[in-house]
Write a protein that binds this ligand. Structure first.
Ligand code: NAD
Length: 296
């Protein structure tokens, strides 16, 4: 048995947000108030919660915040027009269209319509390329950027480490793998996914294991090398009649059995989750800085 470091994402996110507040004040003094626009289409309750908390965080940090709520029946062309207007709005430095949109919306086309200089989610192909090229003017997707920050502040050395990322999405898995293999990090990276053979065996090689799948408690204790660092990105709702809401949140890692084997682990909730919004604010500041500098 071992007492792992429980990585406190809430505390790290609060520190990042505090840095953002200070930088926002300094930029505002120079006449540039960082601005973030969040667009949500339809009435998915989880999306509404995310968008609400992004807008509240903006207000709290002194950012200019625009929240656009559109009805489910909004057409592709109407949404594209909203994006074009935000692209042209000088008070807006960051634009985010909350995922998932309703089924009739072509999300890929919407992402490509966002000015890459304002794409603070880092999903536009230009920013995906910049991540692969290790060009620091690009925007790094917020959740993997948050995972890297957690590793860094926890003093975890990624140099030469065996890292395994489970999941290959463009939002988490792939950018996470690119960040780990970059020259800033120097890990040896394996990306595992739904077709990987012997997933437990692959995971057991990991000094650093990142789970980004969306399957509650999938990673078991015997998948984890003793002394590994485990970062759990998964956010899963599982029924729990003892909760007022009727559900509880759990990660992709069977926390209770895995934690005692680890050197460090992120809990769910309170691990990676709070980092995503903090890195979004950091990206918005980067956009405000870059856009205003290019205008000078
Ligand atoms: P996704 O559904 O786009 O991708 C899931 C990936 O997991 C896929 O690449 C798939 O190949 C892989 N996968 C599925 N089943 C598997 C299996 N049995 N074995 C191995 N691999 C398997 O999901 P996503 O957007 O990358 O999100 C992953 C999880 O992270 C979800 O739980 C999501 O809610 C959570 N998430 C959390 C945050 C945060 O802020 N903490 C942000 C984004 C996503």
């Amino acid at each position: 048995m071992n007492t792992p470091l429980i990585i406190d994402g809430k505390a790290v996110a609060a520190a990042v947000l505090e840095e953002c507040r200070v930088e926002a004040a300094a930029l505002t003094e120079k006449g540039i108030t960082p601005g973030l626009a969040v667009v949500v289409v339809g009435d998915d309750p989880a999306s509404k919660v995310y968008v609400g908390s992004k807008a509240r965080t903006c207000a709290d940090l002194g950012f200019h915040s625009v929240k656009i709520e559109l009805p489910t029946e909004t057409t592709q062309e109407e949404l594209l027009e909203v994006v074009r207007k935000l692209n042209a709005d000088p008070a807006v430095h960051g634009i985010l269209v909350q995922s998932p949109p309703p089924k009739h919306i072509n999300e890929e086309e919407i992402i490509r319509a966002i000015d890459p200089r304002k794409d603070v989610d880092g999903f536009h192909p230009e920013n995906v390329a910049k991540l692969a090229l290790e060009d620091p003017t690009g925007f790094v997707p917020c959740t993997p950027a948050g995972c890297m920050k957690l590793l860094e502040v926890s003093g975890i050395d990624t140099n030469g480490a065996e890292a395994v990322v489970i999941g290959r999405s463009m939002i988490v898995g792939k950018p996470m793998a690119l960040l780990l293999v970059s020259k800033n990090s120097n890990a040896t990276v394996t990306i595992a996914h739904s077709r990987s053979k012997d997933l437990p065996g692959i995971c057991r090689r990991a000094d650093i294991l990142i789970a980004a799948v969306g399957r509650p408690d999938m990673v078991k204790a015997d998948w984890v090398k003793p002394g590994a660092v485990v970062i759990d990105v998964g956010i899963n709702r599982v029924e729990d009649s003892s909760k007022k809401s009727g559900y509880r949140l759990t990660g992709d890692v069977a926390y209770d059995e895995v934690a005692p084997k680890c050197a460090a682990i992120t809990p769910v909730p309170g691990g990676v989750g709070p980092m995503t919004i903090a890195m979004l604010m950091k990206n918005t500041l980067q956009a405000a800085r870059q856009i205003s500098n290019s205008k000078l």
